[in-house]
Design a protein around this ligand. Structure first.
Ligand SMILES: C[S@@+](CC[C@H](N)C(=O)[O-])C[C@H]1O[C@@H](n2cnc3c(N)ncnc32)[C@H](O)[C@@H]1O
Length: 426
């Protein structure tokens, strides 16, 4: 390591110094020695971000180390059995985890086994520690979402100031400075994986796909799946049971008015048709899906009106006409959590009957249980803020091992699908 000509002592550290510091911090974390951690984090350590150091061999952060210390020696049959964990160790670990989070520890950093601290807590059966990490994730995500909103507002201000100076697609541009340093993949809203950790950054549903790019890409539409040109799964037949249960919960009897956003393979629309709705409106934006709908005669089915275009462009017109619906369903592709929030806080409010129900495909963070749990809470809080109550029903998802052949990434990993049913609050 070459020393820079500077008076900053940190620049003069050798790799050995750094490694010793890292080991000292990780040891203190695993011993739940908060007094020592406090000293190391605040004064003694020469490392700038002591709460987020990483062991080069295991990839452990102090959070991983504090949690891993609770793991019981166990054989295969008792793995994850919470009753085998030492209660006082769990309590001191909880204190340590709280302390590290206060010091800015990142809730979802990955170790070398691809586990976040929360994944590790869940695997060893430390549910209290798991909940602490989930809550930290919720706080971080809420904050990131609000900051992104603030960014969008300032972008809008800039645009207003620059009116007439040409258009930039700010919606779809995101520079690396906009993103949080620790997280670089998206909270998955719909059907796409979060590959690394992440529920953060409010970026796009699929890190590699954004909505306008997707809508101009070519699709392969088969009987059991729709893939985009990069083999990302847009819709898959295994979701049929989820679609059936969603349709039945939303449209319990004939003669109601339903609005569906995103036709895909037409699975949910088929189940809505089975309920003989009085009006069945479908918003779809992809030209190939629209062509497929026409080929399958959707334009002549009873009560069906097809609205061609993005919901962002179509729905304000329906609101202006005063259209209302007993049921609304949202299942799009390559949209962000921010898009989804805009959908329910700005559009559903204008389109749903007072006693109506609405739902969405709940795929946010579904490639990792902790991300799924975090995003359930985040959504719940935002729905509450927008004036909606939500009920969740757990539906077991069948084993999907064979399903992902030919699909770029498995976007579904968690065991249970949580089906949301939303209504206006009383
Ligand atoms: C996951 S599929 C919907 C699957 C559907 N629920 C089913 O049961 O087959 C998502 C659909 O949303 C459409 N879509 C994506 N973005 C959209 C947008 N902004 N507005 C309208 N439709 C959109 C896609 O073209 C695709 O057909």
């Amino acid at each position: 390591m070459t020393d820079a000509a500077t008076n900053d002592p940190k620049i003069h550290l050798t790799e050995i110094d750094v490694d010793l510091d890292v080991q000292e911090i990780l040891l203190a974390a695993s011993q739940h020695d908060i007094a020592k951690l406090r000293r190391l984090c605040r004064t003694e350590s020469s490392l700038p971000d002591a709460a987020n150091v990483k062991d080069s061999e295991t990839g452990y952060t102090p959070l991983h180390a504090a949690i891993a210390a609770c793991e019981a020696d166990e054989d295969e049959t008792t793995k994850g059995d919470a009753s085998r964990l030492d209660e006082s160790l769990l309590n001191s670990a909880a204190e340590t985890v709280r302390f590290l989070l206060q010091e800015g520890a990142i809730w979802n950093d990955l170790d070398n086994k691809n586990e976040t601290p929360g994944c590790l807590a869940r695997r060893i059966g430390a549910s209290e520690l798991y909940e602490l990490i989930v809550d930290a994730g919720v706080r971080a995500e809420m904050l990131m979402n609000r900051l992104d909103e603030y960014d969008v507002l300032s972008d809008d201000d800039d645009e207003e100031a620059e009116e007439g100076e040409g258009d930039t697609d700010k919606e779809t541009e995101q520079t690396s400075e906009d993103k949080p340093a620790e997280d670089d993949s998206a909270p998955e809203l719909v059907e796409v994986t979060t590959e690394q950790t992440n529920a953060s950054d409010n970026a796009l549903v699929n890190p590699e796909v954004e909505n306008r790019g997707y809508l101009s890409s070519s699709l392969s539409i088969n009987n059991d799946r729709i893939l985009d040109s990069d083999q990302n799964g847009v819709m898959m037949r295994w979701e049929s049971d989820i679609m059936l249960k969603s349709a039945k919960a939303l449209l319990p009897r004939p003669g109601l008015k339903v609005l569906n956003i995103g036709h895909g393979m037409g699975i949910v629309d088929g189940f809505f048709q089975d309920q003989a709705p009085a009006e069945h409106h479908i918003v779809e934006a992809h030209p190939s899906v629209l062509a497929d709908m026409k080929a399958k005669g959707w334009d002549t089915k009873p009560g069906v009106t097809i609205h061609q275009g993005r919901w962002q462009d179509v729905l304000p017109g329906l609101v202006a006409e005063g259209a209302t619906f007993d049921a609304i369903y949202y299942d799009t592709f390559a949209e962000s959590y921010a898009d989804f929030r805009e959908f329910f806080s700005e559009q559903v409010i204008g389109l749903l009957e007072q006693e109506g129900k609405w739902g969405f495909f709940n795929g946010m963070g579904a490639d990792r249980q902790i991300s799924y749990d975090v995003y359930q809470k985040v959504a719940e809080m935002d729905l509450f803020e927008a004036g909606f109550d939500v009920e969740w029903e757990d539906i077991p998802v069948p084993k999907l091992e064979g399903e992902w052949e030919g699909v770029r990434r498995a976007y579904w990993v968690v065991d249970n699908y949580r089906l949301p049913l939303c209504r206006f609050m009383d």
